[in-house]
Design a protein around this ligand. Sequence first.
Ligand code: SF4
Length: 377
Amino acid sequence: MVRYEVKKFKGIINKLKCIDSWFWCAYTVNPYNGCAHDCIYCDGRTRKYNMHSDFEETIFVKKGAAEALDKKIRQSRTMLPDVVSMGGVCDAYQPAEVEYKVTRGILEVLHEHRFPIFLLTKSDLITRDLDVIAAINDRSWATVACTVTTVDDVLAMVLEPGASLPSKRFAALAKVKREHPAIQTGVCAMPIIPYLEDSDDQIDALAARTKETGADFLIFAPGVSMRDQQASYMLRKLQAAFPREHDLFMKTYMADEAFKARWTRDMNAKILTACKKYNLAIRAKRFIPSDHRKHNYTIAERLLNKSYEAQLAGKQWKAYFWAGHGVQMLEESIVDVHARGGLPGIKCMTAVIAGEITPWIPRRQGLDRFLPGKAVE
Ligand code: SF4
């Protein structure tokens, strides 16, 4: 039996130190503490998030969250509009949202302040808020994604007992795309549990169903993180529901690092092949602001995507990754940095990568090229 407690919390929005290159978010907001979706693998139970022990049974509803966010944005001199990801250690559209509407209130505030959003959920309740999501997309940018780890509704009832069935999540995504084609949509296949969700047929069906919704991307992270109390919760549930798969999982994925690395590599290749077959992007497109960050964000996106592709191919990826973050963190336009010969001074930039990105940087036009600190549009 889930218990709800309405409570005031300090601080509603969290600014990330580094951009998240899966969801391209710079901020996170958790409208609730705890999550009644009760996924057996939920990373929110990990000790580092400091959640209460009955995470799936007691849900704290953040009282006054929208007002607090509005005040925070109004008072801040440094908060530039950038992508806000809702949830992370909770699902913003878990059952509590039907009654409390904390997520909806937050979306209305973000819309007013022109903040873009990345929504990731396992609930079809998200379609209730399509009006405000579409308004945000018209004004700035919105992406709607559903996590789907299996297309099998019966299996999902055990793995994600409180969430909408995968068939309903696909239907929700199809509705978003049908009614608002300009909104970017996609599926996040993360985690994928070995022996339960990793067969060729399951992966092919996952990509096929994603495509049928009209989605733009399928992003994936096969495997499952296993840490402290999250690991013990998951293993207990796995053993009770799937003793054979539990034993296999313990003997291989949990016990043998070489097996785990091989399995992860093979799964990445399998999902990549399915994405190619169904013409699905493996990364979401990012929000590009129109101010001085415009070219920085475009170039950082290209570098971070290159890093990811290299990682999938088993190649060196860290140089692109850190150079991408170096460009992302610039406080002035890369056009100006380049104009004064400053590319080598960007944090973590190598000479090779500086040479590679130079053709990507637009040149100043006409007399502007003689002015200091004047970026091109
Ligand atoms: S929906 Fe997300 S936050 Fe909620 S229990 Fe599942 S994994 Fe955890």
